[in-house]
Design a protein around this ligand. Structure first.
Ligand SMILES: [Ca+2]
Ligand SMILES: [Ca+2]
Ligand SMILES: [Ca+2]
Length: 469
């Protein structure tokens, strides 16, 4: 028998249910979509409808409007990032405004913010507000007086992973103005930003300008280079302004910055070696002094494009983390057997190994003459002696030094040989007798396939007694 609700109990039940739903509504945040064919076609319309904790999710495209957060603790973010999602202010005021006491939970993430025109703060204007600004390209905005890119007055804003490029101020602060006049001591934090090509017409702080009576800026893992004017990168109006610069590349001395002869506080003064700054490409080239020279302290987990930080041996300076263009290859020493022991190195004895092909990787693209074997901590490399194409092994998806004995899989492998004597002597394997260690195989694709570097590894077990005959 089912127990039935008495008629009397129903209103109570409904009231309880309604209360539950209301409660659920108050804690669950909504996502408001913006784009062509979406419930909202302008970002501002979605902001108007949003409540605390909601996300305004903006699809690719150019939105010609200016927006105002209206004091709301919401996240306005793009689906696919700043490179393909633009807010164009149409030269009618600041493009993005925070002027109603917004705090850290008012977030703008992943937009190009451009074509603003105002007295101050043409790209982003924050007054007595402290928003979170992340993954944005703030470019080609024009302030009649100050703060071409951003104006942060009485503000504790954080600005992370942003490119602030090609903005213009009639007087001061081509890229950023900070400071305050009230009793509060405002302080902004700029982390992993790339700031270049900004102009302050009167020459004061084409990069960053400390205005008002007081204020401080902390600049971490950032690049200020190629902003135009005297005192071109940073300028502080008075003695009650402070700037702390750490692990950054700034083309200026003073403010505790290096003069180019020595580094201070992790700061450097060296050409950042951008890929193509004239065409707004601020990715780092291989060999840039900004690669791996940032600090992990306070660094974001991703870069402006969503690449995981750090890549390589450390965090980079600027909005982009340098990502090595490298193909990871599957390698098997002694194909089809494991644990790949090595202990006796006669003159002519060979150790076979294979670089394995699969559906996505055709090993005939590899330049066999480029292949080298190395181990961590040893500078010298070993060159294999002969190679051919055949199917001898299967890629193994497991822990690096785990064993398997899988052989043919229908995909052709690049099968090579190396003298055991070379491995033992050149890689100094006696030093690691009794250990299992990984040997690294590097090389590159043939030039007609782009010459892309390749890298992989497999483990060998070095026997307790390594003999050389
Ligand atoms: Ca790095
Ligand atoms: Ca093996
Ligand atoms: Ca194979």
């Amino acid at each position: 028998m089912q127990k039935r609700l008495s008629t009397k109990a129903i209103p109570l039940f409904i009231a309880a249910l309604a209360a539950t739903l209301l409660f659920a509504h108050s804690v669950q945040s909504a996502t408001l979509e913006v784009g062509s064919g979406k419930p909202h076609t302008t970002i501002q319309a979605a902001i108007n409808d949003a409540g605390t904790g909601d996300t305004v999710l903006v699809y690719e495209g150019t939105y010609t409007e200016t927006i105002n957060f209206l004091g709301k603790a919401i996240t306005v973010e793009s689906v696919n990032g700043a490179a393909v999602t633009t807010i164009d202010g149409n030269a009618s005021g600041a493009v993005v405004k925070f002027e109603s006491g917004e705090g850290v939970d008012s977030v703008i993430d992943g937009f190009t913010i451009t074509n603003g025109f105002s007295i101050v703060g043409a790209g982003i204007y924050c007054a007595q507000s402290s928003p979170t600004i992340i993954n944005c390209i703030i470019s080609e905005n024009e302030a009649f007086v100050a703060g071409g890119g951003l104006f942060c007055g009485e503000s504790f804003s954080t600005i992370t992973n942003c490119i602030i490029f090609g903005n213009h101020a009639g007087n001061a602060g081509g890229a950023v103005v900070f400071g305050g006049v009230s009793e509060e001591f405002p302080s902004i934090t700029i982390t992993n930003c790339t700031i270049s090509g900004n102009i302050a017409e009167d020459g004061f702080g084409s990069g960053i300008y400390g205005a008002g009576n007081h204020g401080s800026a902390t600049i971490i893992n950032s690049i200020l280079w190629g902003n135009t004017g005297d005192n071109n990168e940073i300028y502080l109006l008075g003695s009650a302004h402070f700037v702390t610069v750490l692990y950054s590349d700034v083309n200026q001395d003073g403010y505790g910055l290096p003069d180019g002869s020595a580094d201070t506080n992790g700061n450097i003064r060296k050409d950042p070696l951008w890929v193509d700054p004239l065409n707004k490409d601020f990715h780092l080239q291989a060999g840039s002094p900004c690669i791996d020279t940032g600090t992990s302290v306070g660094a974001p987990t991703y870069d402006i494009e969503g690449t995981i930080r750090p890549q390589g041996s450390g965090y980079d300076m600027g909005a982009y983390e340098y990502k090595e263009d490298k193909i990871i290859i599957a390698v098997d020493f002694k194909p089809g057997s494991c644990p790949n022991p090595i202990g006796f190195a006669d003159n002519k004895g060979l150790m076979p190994f294979a670089i394995m092909g699969n559906t996505g990787f055709d090993i005939t693209q590899i330049d066999p003459a480029s292949i080298r074997i190395s181990r961590d901590g040893v500078a010298d490399e070993v060159k294999p002696i002969k190679w051919n194409y055949n199917d001898v092994a299967t890629p193994f998806e497991g822990e690096l030094c785990d064993c398997h004995e899988l052989m043919v899989d229908g995909y052709m492998d690049l099968s090579m040989n190396v003298y055991r004597k070379d491995l033992v002597e050149i890689l100094r394997l006696q030093e690691v007798a009794g250990q299992t260690l990984s040997l690294i195989v590097t090389g590159k694709l043939k030039d007609e396939f782009g010459g892309t570097p390749i890298k992989g590894q497999d483990c060998v077990r070095v026997l307790k007694t390594v003999l050389i005959k």
